[in-house]
Design a protein around this ligand. Structure first.
Ligand SMILES: NC(=O)c1ccc[n+]([C@@H]2O[C@H](COP(=O)([O-])OP(=O)(O)OC[C@H]3O[C@@H](n4cnc5c(N)ncnc54)[C@H](O)[C@@H]3O)[C@@H](O)[C@H]2O)c1
Length: 425
């Protein structure tokens, strides 16, 4: 028998070979993408995929190895498809995962041209809320072959089992099938609700995210997280399922109240502080250039999601400011917006020498640096939160702009931090 060391060396050698073969395979996939584009052929060819699968499986003599090999091959084919779609996409940005690609179209006026970007030649259940100007959902409906519009009440209350059930009923009543889709036109609330309805209906149908708030554009619409609030816990129920595409038309932000714009800037500041010093510098300008800021924020979000779709590690960085933020949000009875609470929640999580800069940035963006709330109620809400477990609470800390680390703290450690955010600490 070979020694363990020898066997491991053999595996390393085989892995190196496989990495080189994978690179060669994807180079050929790139050539095929160009040929398909030249000949106007679709990326997916299910007949050929089946032939390739059967032919290669026949090469595996041991039947015990076949299911694993089939899964590997299917994943490789999905990755090749995603790569081709990315190469051929007209989108400015893409979230590319092993087995899916989600193009992000970011263009002024894109909503009026939605059928150029999205497959709307089917039944489309457009979900919006009554705080989003109705002309946005109407503009999309105008481009759909068979639209239906469902308008839910604006606000966090719509991320509920009751509203989700009602939405599913309407989808079922309208006879939506697996090949139909849902389109979310609104802020993060509509995106989370409609995304979860799409993820759960018939075990998952296509969803288009069409965010109309800055927060939803920079953060909520990208990455596939969907959620409802349940049992008093925010985002307690949900699924991760990538949207088919995201369509962002920044002209819709013209109707967004200033406070909501600042709310979105708070989430962007979060990305700047943890991951992008240049973005922080842009945010400190007297008139932050919105499109550049959005693009940079999206690049941070995409990089994080591509490396950690299921939040097993890196994606936790996006929770910066959220542990305290969620607690403050719950304790202030709806007086403060999500982004405002996240902004406050970031302050105690920054190194002391950084805090004046972050406070100045928050003030410059029109966000609070102090608030009136009951710290004990916030602590109780944090204890209830999903990030709490017996080993403590994992928080994201920023010591320098663009650098973060995880730190586990106890609930009681958060009390002085929360008190420090009161008007008279
Ligand atoms: N899924 C994710 O990854 C993720 C990430 C961050 C936040 N979220 C969720 O997003 C939600 C917050 O999203 P939000 O800040 O967009 O709030 P929101 O969806 O409540 O929208 C804010 C308000 O703006 C209105 N509105 C929307 N578009 C408008 C427009 N163009 N003009 C005028 N008014 C408009 C809405 O009707 C609403 O009243 C929270 O529930 C949060 O949990 C999800």
């Amino acid at each position: 028998m070979k020694s363990l060391e020898r066997s491991r060396a053999d595996i390393d050698h085989l892995d190196a070979k496989m990495a080189s073969l994978y690179t060669q395979r994807m180079a050929t996939v790139r050539d095929i993408a160009a040929q398909k584009q030249a000949e106007g052929l679709p990326i997916r060819d299910p007949g050929r995929e089946q032939t390739v699968l059967e032919r290669n499986l026949a090469r595996i003599a041991d039947p015990d190895l076949r299911p694993g090999y089939a899964a590997l091959l299917r994943r490789q084919m999905a990755a090749a498809r995603a790569y081709q779609e990315k190469l051929l996409s007209r989108a400015e940005l893409c979230v590319q995962l092993a087995d899916s690609v989600c193009p992000i179209y970011l263009k002024d006026g894109a909503l009026q041209d939605a059928d150029r970007y999205l497959e709307l030649d089917r039944r489309v259940c457009i979900v919006t809320d009554d705080g989003t100007p109705p002309e946005y959902a109407a503009a999309l409906a105008d481009k759909c072959a068979a639209p239906m519009i469902v308008t839910v009440p604006a606000g966090e209350g719509s991320k509920s089992v009751a509203v989700w059930t009602d939405l599913l009923q309407r989808m079922q009543y309208a006879g939506l099938t697996r090949s139909d889709c849902v389109a979310a036109v609104g802020g993060g609330v509509v995106g989370d609700l409609a995304g979860f309805a799409a993820a759960s209906y018939l075990r998952g149908i296509d969803c288009y995210q069409i965010p109309t708030t800055l927060l939803a554009m920079a953060d909520a619409s990208v990455g596939g997280k969907t959620a409802l609030n349940y049992g008093g816990v925010k985002n307690a129920v949900g699924a991760i399922r990538q949207p088919r595409a995201v369509l962002m038309d920044p002209t819709v932000l013209q109707t967004l109240p200033h406070r909501q714009l600042a709310n979105g800037l708070a989430e962007i500041l979060k990305m700047a502080l943890t991951s992008d010093p240049m973005l922080f510098a842009l945010l400190r300008q007297p008139e932050p250039p919105l499109r550049d800021i959005l693009l940079r924020a999206l690049n941070v979000k995409i990089a994080v999601v591509e490396q950690d779709e299921r939040e097993t590690g890196l994606r936790r960085v996006l929770n910066f400011g959220h542990t305290l933020g969620h607690g403050i949000e719950a304790a202030c009875g709806g007086r403060l917006l999500h982004g405002e609470c996240v902004g406050l929640g970031m302050l105690p999580m920054c190194a002391p020498q950084l805090r004046p800069q972050v406070e100045a940035a928050l003030t410059g963006l029109g966000l609070p640096t102090r608030a009136e709330f009951d710290p004990e109620a916030a602590l109780a809400a944090i204890a209830h939160d999903k990030k709490t477990d017996a080993c403590g609470i994992r928080t994201v800390r920023v010591d320098e702009i663009g650098q973060w680390r995880l730190e586990t703290v106890q609930l009681s450690d958060l009390r002085p931090m929360l008190r420090g955010l009161l008007p008279n600490p």
